[in-house]
Design a protein around this ligand. Structure first.
Ligand SMILES: Nc1ncnc2c1ncn2[C@@H]1O[C@H](COP(=O)(O)OP(=O)(O)OP(=O)(O)O)[C@@H](O)[C@H]1O
Length: 305
């Protein structure tokens, strides 16, 4: 059983509004999976349901293949940072961890020192939490997650508000946890350049629906290229494209520019189609997209799909 998290037709409604539409998701062992979506797409709600902080309206969750009553035992193999942990500002890192260690019934005292070592705070363990930088505070949050030696971490916006150095530290730490400690990671962030450096899989969510789910290889291979066109008549171009290719995905930009997200491998054919039908193609090029542009292409309202 390689799936750590699996959801089946999971939904969440607040009053009359459905925030999570029937959602089938699986997180496989070893992945660093990035959940990407605009503000309000439903990422935090999804994480809170996984953490048990919110109840789903319908559907099923399996953790490590377990569901129902057995899920609580399986959940002990996971750690969640979906809200900033409530550390005591005047306590040192050790005192804070000690508080949570006792609260959670973790017997092994030396584990606190191990996790501080792992997150690179061993030398700062006697500093007051308030005197920590934002990056250090986040690393202490991750240390707290690691206290119970989880196999999987679920992190909602762990790099939010950090400076470049803090972001880099977290990236290094998460990579180490994944590669050396074999911890599977599900992470959300708005800093897509960072996710691009870190994740092995990219899941895009829009209005509570998964709109794309790609491995790093697939994202690089299939999706980063797009056709960039400048024509004399974008309305006619759109008509021709829609008639010729039913599932074509494109975006009309100002100044008679159009980008086409798929059919890159048939660019010659598209060029010929336009020219033969009297469209003047002023520019035709293949543009390589970064993750941010790919994401925007997917989620922007005016995208044709
Ligand atoms: N307790 C709640 N009651 C009612 N609506 C809620 C509640 N929590 C979240 N929502 C709504 O659900 C939607 C999804 O919110 P959620 O926080 O999951 O989005 P998100 O993708 O995490 O966004 P962000 O990136 O801004 O954190 C939003 O429209 C939000 O207003």
């Amino acid at each position: 059983m390689d799936a750590i998290i699996q959801t089946f037709q999971l939904t969440k409604k607040y009053k009359d509004e459905t925030i999570i539409k029937p959602l089938d998701f699986s997180l496989k062992k070893g992945e660093i999976c990035a959940l990407i979506g605009k503000n309000g797409a439903g990422k935090s709600t999804f994480f809170k349901i996984l953490a048990g902080q919110q109840m789903p309206s319908s559907g099923e969750i399996q953790l490590f293949g377990k569901s129902g009553k057995e899920i609580e035992t399986a959940k002990r193999r996971m750690a969640f940072m979906v809200e900033t942990p409530a550390f005591f500002p005047d306590f040192t890192a050790v005192q804070n961890l000690e508080y949570f260690r006792i609260q959670r019934g973790i017997v092994d005292k030396k584990r606190m020192y191990e996790v501080l070592e792992i997150v690179g705070l061993a030398h700062e363990k006697k500093k007051r939490f308030n005197d920590y930088s934002m990056g250090m505070k986040q690393r202490l949050g991750i240390a707290l997650c690691l206290l119970s030696s989880p196999d999987c971490l679920v992190l909602d916006e762990p790099i939010n508000g950090l400076d470049v150095e803090g972001i880099m530290e977290i990236r290094k730490l998460l990579r180490k946890l994944n590669q050396e400690n074999q911890i599977t990671i599900l992470i959300s962030s708005h800093i897509l350049t960072e996710l691009d450096l870190l994740a092995t899989r990219f899941v895009f969510i829009k209005n509570g629906v998964i709109v794309d789910d790609l491995s790093r290889e697939l994202l690089e291979e299939k999706s980063r290229k797009q056709i960039l066109l400048t024509v004399d008549d974008s309305a006619k171009t759109v008509q021709l494209l829609e008639r010729a290719y039913a599932d074509i995905q494109f975006k009309v930009l100002p100044n008679q520019e159009i980008t086409i997200q798929n059919y890159v491998e048939r660019s010659g054919e598209i060029n010929r189609l336009l020219v033969e039908n009297g469209v003047m193609v002023k520019e035709f090029s293949i543009k390589v997209m970064n993750l941010e542009e790919y994401f925007l292409g997917l989620v922007e309202e005016d995208t044709h799909d």
